[in-house]
Design a protein around this ligand. Sequence first.
Ligand code: SAH
Ligand code: DHB
Ligand code: MG
Length: 222
Amino acid sequence: MVEHQSQPGWRAVEDYFSATLVKGGPVMDAVIESIAAAGLPPIEVAPTAGKFLMLLARIQGARRVLEIGTLAGYSTIWLARGMPDDGHLTSCEYLPEHAAVASKNIAAAGFGAKVDIRVGAALDTLPTLAGGEPFDLVFIDADKGNNTNYLRWALKLTRPGSVIVMDNVVWEGAILAPGDDPDAAAIRAALDFLGASDALDATAIQTVGAKGWDGFVIAVVR
Ligand code: SAH
Ligand code: DHB
Ligand code: MG
């Protein structure tokens, strides 16, 4: 491949993919605007990743989805778009002010009946979900310090064939040199937990894009 100084970089390619393939539409634009308007951190997944979650839900035929970390409902709405009409998504969010923004966005997107936001620490909510039908897909994207705990809960709340996705597993490369970043160390510990587990098959995909250098894990429960 010939490289030119003038060749567009990965940001331009990402924008092109978002405009050409992803096409989130006005609903997704409004969610992004709501994040800025409410002063929430702009840490929602990239549009290309959101669409990936939607496609994954569809490929999996996911009727029951668990999300840990709602923020403004951006990834939630993408997941809900990939689910059948009788599907149900439970999303855990610690901060009531985030949940309030998300509830509005999810209702505006037409998924008020499909999505249930549980406000509180996810580690308090997750035990209340045990004993129900297993989840077909789990998306972990909250406080990184609890990633290994969330993986353990995901294994308890799923069945063979369920899919587990975990966001932010590269953290700009800091997982290999955590230094004094406790999140980086926790993400690394969760990856090592996955690698040592016989309960699932996992891989990780690095990404560059709207959210810098990061990546996600995808795993299937054995
Ligand atoms: N998945 C969202 C982004 C989530 S950002 C998207 O892609 O659109 C991470 C979210 O996790 C924040 O809203 C934060 O408040 C929430 N969070 C942090 N600690 C949490 C905890 N202990 N339990 C549940 N949610 C938590
Ligand atoms: C942060 C959290 C995320 O889930 C993410 O996708 C990007 C950044 C953060 O806490 O900085
Ligand atoms: Mg994330």
